[in-house]
Write a protein that binds this ligand. Structure first.
Ligand code: UDP
Length: 533
């Protein structure tokens, strides 16, 4: 994706850590400006008025106020997105314009790139939805304030669905007063639902610590589907179908008709197209949420995969010289646990099937503004090397190519993943539940002669297991000789085990036991056992 937000280098003293504790800050629930947050629409600055009773945590040391307190958008530590404010004593109010009070509870945030659908969903809509649900009543009462300074953007109607009140843009605040004071405000967005980092610091990729699952994504999708009045009545075509999401301006599929025909033949299903240009967003959601497969070039429109039914397949097409493994926002989404989607990436490997556009403006992949040697290098390169966001000309050149899709290779690639007939599946209970501690862990030792000993460890199942159906229950036991740094781990299927190897007589062992469900869901360790042989 292309992002026009340039990120300036980090201020070395910029307090990149300062907002770690402040994902979402809440101003004191003050009803008077003298202890709260205001916005000067003249200065275009937030102001904190300090009174005798003001509390600010973390207490910003003098001179430290340039440090970001928190991010206004969900993009981590982007220096165009910090929440900045100036401080004044409450007494200064006497000399300022009479404040106008905002009667609603405010949620104040930045949208990151409201013209790009991926950014709209990933950076804004999902985080807004879950931030509003983090505080009782907020979703029903809040008014959203978008402070990034953009106009409504291409998808403002979607933002309007999130709260009952019309969101306000920064440019509209002037009309409300020169000094706007919030009686009750929340600032910033929860980052808990984001799954991707766009490559500002390191090349783009999934976030290191993804906390969202398909369950939360699907709850949000259901909410939006209902708000858009998209019925759950089943297939809008009255039968199963494959959906090709096309782009009309750039990154085209050049043999679309041939592709539609081939897909229809291979999967014996009707195949239809959809585009953001030719369909309302409600129609897009209606079509996607009943499709058996979504096929599309890499691009923001693929974020709509979050509306696909469980069991459907996502097929992402990449132009020549673009490595699918390096650009995975949609793969990461489709493969989140609980999304229950099948994901396929296909790339064009044939240079004769690509159409380049060197003459276009730089932001649509043109390269004629570059010096000749650099143009020649890009033209010869067979793969875009990993790079940082956002203006890498080689990346833009390649990602804005049009592609004639090689049908046999695409079908083969899809068939490697999609074996039978793709399509909606009944919802199954997919939330992963973790084991509790094992109970009544005990150890018993016996010494056989001067050099041999045995250690028998036993335990009872975790308390919650008797209420659960779990496919596979295993136990992990760690043995550590007291005083040693290392331990030996064992994975066992039964509730007791006698260890004989490497067990020394007259030695103290520390033994930890925990339960593991389905290979990955690890319970907590029970209290350590101290065992003397
Ligand atoms: N877009 C579209 N049709 C097109 C090209 C783009 O609807 O032919 C949309 C696209 O889905 C995205 C926005 O325009 O929401 C910006 O597209 P861009 O190519 O900049 O970003 P990308 O899709 O690569 O993330």
């Amino acid at each position: 994706m292309r992002i026009d937000y340039a990120k300036a280098p980090a201020d070395p003293d910029g307090g990149w850590h300062a907002h770690g504790v402040h994902r979402l800050a809440r101003t004191p629930t003050a009803s008077a400006a003298s202890s709260g947050l205001c916005y000067s629409s003249e200065a275009e600055e937030f102001i904190f008025f300090h009174g005798n009773a003001s509390v600010m945590l973390p207490s910003l040391a003098p001179g430290a106020s340039s440090r970001p307190l928190l991010d206004l958008s969900t993009v981590e530590d982007h220096n165009t997105q910090y929440f900045n404010f100036v401080e004044l004593p409450a007494a200064a109010l006497r000399f300022m314009p009479k404040p106008a009070f905002v009667p609603d509870v405010a949620l104040i945030a930045n949208r990151f790139n409201p013209d790009n659908l991926m950014h709209v969903f990933h950076d804004d809509l999902l985080p807004l939805f879950y931030t509003l649900r983090q505080f009782p009543g907020l979703a029903r009462e809040a008014r959203l304030f978008f402070m990034e300074g953009w106009g409504e953007g291409a998808h403002f109607d979607l933002y309007k669905l999130l709260s009952p009140k019309q969101p306000l843009l920064r440019a509209q605040l002037k009309a409300l007063g020169r000094l706007l004071c919030f009686s009750h405000a929340f600032v910033g967005l929860s980052k808990i639902t984001t799954w991707y980092q766009y490559g500002f610091v390191q090349p783009q990729g999934p976030k290191a610590n993804i906390l969202v699952s398909g369950n939360e994504i699907r709850q949000f999708a259901r909410f939006l589907t209902e708000k858009l009045n998209v019925s759950h009545a089943g297939s809008p075509l009255g039968e199963e179908y494959l959906l090709v999401f096309t782009r009309t301006h750039n990154r085209l599929i050049l043999n679309e008709a041939e592709l539609l025909l081939a897909l229809a033949q291979e999967f014996q299903m009707k195949t239809v197209t959809v585009s953001l240009e030719d369909h309302s967003f409600a129609d897009v959601v209606r079509l996607v949420s009943n499709a058996s497969m979504l096929v599309s070039m890499h691009g923001a429109q693929l974020v709509t995969a979050l509306f696909l039914p469980r069991g459907a397949a996502v097929v992402e097409l990449f132009p020549y010289a673009v490595n699918p493994d390096h650009y995975t926002p949609y793969k990461t989404l489709a493969t989140l646990p609980g999304m229950d989607l099948q994901y396929v990436a296909w790339r064009n490997t044939l240079p004769e099937n690509t159409v380049t556009h060197p003459e276009r403006p730089w932001d649509q992949g043109g390269i004629t503004h570059l010096d000749r040697a650099e143009q020649a290098r890009i033209l010869q390169s067979r793969e875009v090397p990993r790079h940082l966001c956002c203006r890498n000309p080689e990346w833009l050149f390649r990602i804005y190519q049009d592609t004639k899709v090689d049908i046999p290779s695409l079908i083969q690639t899809i068939r490697r993943v999609v074996k039978g007939r793709p399509g909606p599946r009944k919802q199954k209970w997919t939330v992963s539940l973790y084991p509790g501690k094992v109970r009544e862990a005990r150890c018993q030792a016996s010494v056989q002669g001067a050099s041999e000993a045995r250690l028998t460890v036993s335990w009872q199942i975790p308390w919650n297991l008797k209420y659960l159906k779990v496919r596979e229950v295993k136990y992990e036991v760690w043995l550590q000789e007291q005083g040693e740094n290392t331990y030996v781990p064992y994975v066992l299927a039964l509730q007791n085990h006698t260890f004989t190897e490497n067990i020394k007589p007259f030695t103290t062992y520390l033994v930890w036991v925990r339960c593991i469900f389905n290979k990955t869901l690890q319970g907590p360790f029970a209290d350590v056992l101290v065992c003397n042989t």
